[in-house]
Design a protein around this ligand. Structure first.
Ligand code: NDP
Ligand code: 8X3
Length: 252
């Protein structure tokens, strides 16, 4: 039977690679993000290459009304969502607590924490009605250990870890799976966004070792999403071979 995944932040990185991976396996995909042009381009590619149905649903996860309106107004044929991939997120800046920008903190909290909660809350009635569903939250190693100058971002990813645990307990009666996946350093647009377009600074993050790439993480997400009905990966941390955790990264 056809399966449907809703992916937040499908316009680049893990989300885009996941859309490609699930579409390749025959899943229909609802792809979301703010950059509509990128989503439309991706939709054309996936429809052409894999003959699946793609629904482009642009919204900003920070905007509660836009989130609920987008989900509540889904066409009937798109409401039988099997997997929600809560992936949209970002880091902004890497500054000591006393220097960090309040605006950056607000944006990270509104996106990584409140946005994830809004989308989950909007999709949940569809899962509860069907007594079936799988929420996959993208956390981070930054949600396992706090590192220097990571203050706001680390706080949001610790929140994702806590929210995932809370969801798993509260949603138990509905047979809804909750998986949290915590990647370490991965070479996506993440650092370009964090360093606000500074390409040199962003590139330096991935110098001297082979970081994860978006496809590595998409493959793991796909694995977690396609296990038998009674099996749930609760919590999975993945790093490249050169990284042990938030503190230890071996560079040549
Ligand atoms: P990218 O910057 O490549 O992708 C981020 C995605 O999030 C984009 O599609 C972006 O879409 C979307 N997004 C950001 N803000 C919003 C918003 N307000 N509303 C809707 N969508 C939004 O980074 P990654 O793929 O690396 O990041 C994906 C997730 O993985 C994030 O949650 C990140 O924190 C996490 N992560 C990343 C790691 C890394 O090293 N790369 C490691 C561990 C976790 P658009 O701009 O079009 O809205
Ligand atoms: C992204 C990985 O180490 O930059 O979540 O926090 S890190």
């Amino acid at each position: 039977m056809k399966k449907i995944i809703l992916i937040t932040g499908a316009s680049s990185g893990f989300g885009e690679a996941s859309a490609y991976t699930f579409a390749k396996a025959g899943w229909d995909c609802i792809i979301t993000g703010r950059r509509k042009d990128r989503l439309e381009k991706l939709a054309t590619t996936l429809q052409t290459e894999f003959g699946v149905k793609i629904l482009v649903l642009p919204f900003d996860v920070q905007h509660k009304d836009a989130v609920f309106s987008a989900i509540e107004n889904l066409p009937e044929s798109w409401k039988a969502i099997d997997v929600l991939l809560n992936n949209a997120g970002l880091a902004l800046g890497r500054d000591s607590f006393e220097n960090a920008s309040l605006d950056d903190w607000d944006t990270m909290i509104d996106t990584n924490v409140k946005g994830l909660m809004y989308v989950s809350k909007a999709v949940l009635p569809l899962f509860i009605q069907r007594k079936k569903g799988h929420i996959i939250n993208i956390g981070s190693t930054a949600g396992k250990e706090v590192y220097k100058d990571g203050n706001g971002y680390c706080a949001t990813k610790h929140a994702v870890d806590a929210i995932s645990k809370a969801m798993r307990i509260d949603l138990l009666p509905y047979q809804i799976k909750v998986t949290a996946i915590h990647p370490g350093a991965a070479d996506t647009e993440f650092s370009l966004v964090r360093y606000k377009g500074d390409e040199d600074k962003a590139a330096k993050v991935y110098e001297g070792y082979k970081a994860l790439d978006a496809q590595d993480v998409a493959d793991i997400i796909f694995y977690a999403a396609t296990l038998p009905d009674h099996v749930c990966i609760n919590d999975l941390t993945v790093t490249c071979l050169s990284q042990a955790n938030s503190f230890y990264l071996h560079k040549e």
